[in-house]
Ligand binder design. Sequence first.
Ligand SMILES: [Zn+2]
Length: 145
Amino acid sequence: MTLTFGPDRQTRAFECDCCHAPIERSWNFIHSDGAPYAVYFASCYHHRDRDHDAWIDVIFGTWGAGPDQWDDHVSFACRVGPVVGQDEPASTLVMAGLAHPDGPLFGRKLDREAALGHPRLPEFWQVSDFILENDPLVRGHIYGR
Ligand SMILES: [Zn+2]
């Protein structure tokens, strides 16, 4: 399975509700062997009084098969950021879609427990690692510019 980005990466900056610091978000399709495979939203936070971290939502489902099919969509999310006692940033499963309204795109939003028991969890880690290493916004935010 070879992962690549779709052609239409988008970014947007807006203001944090809690501290008015900037939030930067990127989103795009991930393709697997050339075909649309998942959609992600990566939000990079610059809270004034907390760690710099990134929250990555990944949605799996059927893409581009005639009229949009949403009923098989399922979403996972993780937080990536500093962890006490570790040099490397760590990824932790969190409730999916927290920063996004409920809607058909996200489908079934998995919480941590549900994600841990879901058969697509290994695919989620593969996609989130790909985003961490290759999305310039996320990479810069987590690993330094
Ligand atoms: Zn904040």
